[in-house]
Each structure stands twice: as structure tokens, then as C-alpha cells.
Write a protein that binds this ligand. Structure first.
Ligand SMILES: *Cc1c(COP(=O)(O)O)cnc(C)c1O
Length: 363
């Protein structure tokens, strides 16, 4: 029996060193002697945590000065609503959405409540097995914004190229792959990602927002649903999730100091997904990867076995070997191994070897 390894789709694995520091901080922070759970969000200590989290994110991703970095609540699902409230409601333009999986399908539902919403590509009829090529997107230069999800967490599809037209604000939900690889932030008007897949524990959502785009927001919104509230209050308008932001800050330190940055992380993530896909591809009649080969995600590997009973057997037997969280999302079933930043190459290699053994035993 191995040490338990966490391949959960989310909340996902966190680095072992971050968990140790977090455990100590729950008892007493080295800086204050008090538990992190009882620290005031107005304390100098917390201001320095927020400042460092922002500074580290800016350095890791190359976020320019004319972008705001906000720490918000409500998860990525609230962003599905806040985006059109702020940027579609009072606009005379329409918003465009790419629907390429379970999560991106949720976003236009909220936008329709606010204004003219057009789904310009929808992969539902194909069971979300591939992503659109650039030439398939009927993009309009008049759109208020274009929204897409860079990594479909449920189906395991990841965009290799950035869609969009110059001049049209591009908005991306990067909940399951922010910090997994380098990124050209300047291509985007807004990026958002909740923490619980790749950045930290649940409770905080990072929003990276271009200043010039933020200024176009509608006025007259409820205070908490207006991005400018969070910009002006520097993410402490009301009580923020102090604990989640603290752990997120530790994760950014880990990524910088132990991994060596986002470029180094991307190389590790590539190696991890290569090892796993190779094991699955060894017998494509047995392990069936959900997505088309050209759209495969480095973060979420969704696959099936010849029959559901065998899938149940695999999950039970995997758990006994220390491989946890392999169940597929309830919307599509099957199996899914999530290879977020904190999942080690050693863990993925062990899983890949074990999947090979399982196949030889059962096929
Ligand atoms: C998990 C997920 C969500 C849902 O986020 P919540 O924080 O639970 O609202 C949204 N988008 C993507 C891409 C996800 O993977």
C-alpha cells in the first residue's frame, strides 16, 4: 500500500510542504504567535499576505501594472454572473461564448439574464470531445467580449491556442489551469480562476482585470457585485477568506522557490500528462480517452473502460493502492485523473504503472 495520492478533480491536491506550513499556521503563525484562523483581515500581517500573494502572482505570470489582481469570493460560478452584469447589462453590444464543455456551458446561461448572448460554437452534440479550430469561430469585431474556458476540467480538453479577435475584450475562465503554464496576460481583458483546483483551498477566486476594461463597467450594481468595489478596497471591502488567501500565498511561494516558476512547472506538467496518456494509449480499446488527441488536457485526463462495472472495480482497487479521486465528474461518469500542479511526477508515474498492471489483469 502506497502513501495516499490525490488525483481529485477539485478541491485538488496541495503541495506537502504547504500543508505542513498550514498545519503549523493553524496553531500559531511564526510572525504573530496567533492562529491564522483568528487573524484580523485589517491587521498589518494580513495586508502583507495579500501584498505578497499579489506580488508573487504578478511575478509568476508576468501580470503588467495596468491589470488589477483581485481576491474575491463566490467561486468561478459567481464570475459567470458578474461578468455580464458588469459588462453586458448596459452595453448596446452582444456577448459571445464558446461552449466547449460542462463548465463553459454554464456561463452563457447567466449572460442571457443580462443581455444579448450568442453561443458562437457548441460542442455539446459531439459530447464535448474536441475544441474548435480558429477558422470555425464566427467571431464578430462588435462583441462586448468573448468568453471561453481554457481547460475543460470535466472532459479533459485544453486549448492549445488562444481564440479571439484583436480589439474584442477576451475573457477566460482558467479555474483549472492558471499557473500550470506561462501565459500572455496582455491578450486578455479579464482572467479568473477560483483557487481550489490549482492555486489553493476553496474560498477565494483570483480575478485579473485590465484597468481600461474595468472602467467600462455598468454603474448601479449591488456594491459587492461591482468589480470597482474590490479594486478600490484592494480586496478587503468586507471580510475576505483570510485562511484561503494565506494558503494561496504559500502555494505561490512554493511554485517560485521549490518548482522554480511557471515555465519549470509547465515542463513537469507535460511530463506528467505524457506518462499517463502513454499508459492509456498502450491499449486504446481498453482505456478510452474522452477527448480528441489534439485537444488533450495536461491537467485533467478523462477516460473510460469497456464497461461501468469494470470502472467501479478499477476505482475500488485503485483506492486500496493509495490512488484517490479517480471518479469522473457526475455529468459524464467514467474516470478522471487530475494532474494539478501539486500532483508529483512520482505519483503520476506510479498511477500509470498501476493502470498498465490493471489492464494486463483485466483485458
Ligand atoms: C470547477 C470549475 C468551475 C466551478 O467553480 P466554483 O468555484 O465551484 O463555482 C468553473 N469553471 C471551471 C473551468 C471549473 O473547472
Amino acid at each position: 500500500m502506497n502513501e495516499p495520492m490525490n488525483f481529485s478533480g477539485g478541491p485538488g491536491a496541495l503541495p506537502a510542504s504547504v500543508l505542513r506550513e498550514t498545519r503549523d499556521a493553524i496553531e500559531a503563525l511564526p510572525e504573530t504567535g496567533l492562529s491564522v484562523l483568528g487573524m484580523s483581515h485589517r491587521s498589518e500581517w494580513f495586508r502583507s499576505v495579500l501584498d505578497e500573494a499579489e506580488r508573487n502572482l504578478r511575478a509568476l505570470l508576468g501580470i503588467p501594472e495596468h491589470y488589477h489582481v483581485l481576491f474575491m469570493q463566490g467561486g468561478s460560478s459567481l464570475q459567470f454572473s458578474m461578468l455580464p452584469m458588469n459588462f453586458l447589462r448596459a452595453s448596446r453590444r452582444h456577448a459571445e461564448y464558446i461552449v466547449s464543455g460542462y463548465w463553459s456551458a454554464k456561463a452563457p446561461v447567466e449572460a442571457r439574464l443580462e443581455g444579448d448572448t450568442r453561443v458562437i460554437w457548441d460542442g455539446r452534440a459531439d459530447g464535448y470531445r474536441r475544441l474548435p479550430a480558429a477558422g470555425e469561430l464566427p467571431l464578430s469585431p462588435e462583441a462586448a467580449y468573448l468568453h471561453y474556458v481554457s481547460n475543460e476540467t470535466v472532459e479533459g480538453l485544453e486549448f492549445a491556442d488562444t481564440p479571439g479577435l484583436p480589439g474584442v475584450p477576451l475573457v477566460c475562465d482558467m479555474s483549472s489551469n492558471l499557473l500550470a503554464a506561462p501565459l500572455d496576460v496582455e491578450r486578455y481583458a479579464m482572467i479568473y480562476a477560483h483557487a481550489q483546483k490549482n492555486l489553493g483551498p476553496a474560498g477565494v477566486t483570483v480575478v485579473i482585470l485590465r484597468d481600461e476594461f474595468a472602467r467600462r463597467a455598468t454603474t448601479g450594481l449591488p456594491t459587492l457585485l461591482d468589480y470597482r468595489t474590490h479594486i478600490d478596497a484592494r480586496s478587503v471591502y468586507n471580510t475576505p477568506p483570510v485562511f484561503a488567501i494565506y494558503v494561496l500565498m504559500l502555494v505561490t511561494r512554493w511554485l517560485r522557490d521549490e518548482i522554480g516558476g511557471v515555465q519549470a512547472m509547465a515542463a513537469i506538467n507535460q511530463a506528467k500528462s505524457d506518462v499517463l496518456y502513454r499508459a492509456l494509449d498502450a491499449d486504446p480499446g481498453f482505456y478510452r480517452v474522452h477527448g480528441a488527441t489534439s485537444c488533450r488536457s495536461t491537467m485533467n485526463v478523462a477516460f473510460r473502460l469497456p464497461d461501468p462495472q469494470m470502472e467501479t472495480r478499477l476505482m475500488e482497487s485503485a483506492r486500496r493502492e493509495g490512488f484517490h479521486g479517480l471518479e469522473g465528474h457526475r455529468s459524464i461518469g467514467g474516470l478522471r485523473a487530475s494532474l494539478y500542479n501539486a500532483v508529483t511526477l512520482e505519483a503520476v508515474t506510479a498511477l500509470a504503472e498501476w493502470l498498465g498492471e490493471f489492464r494486463r489483469r483485466e483485458a
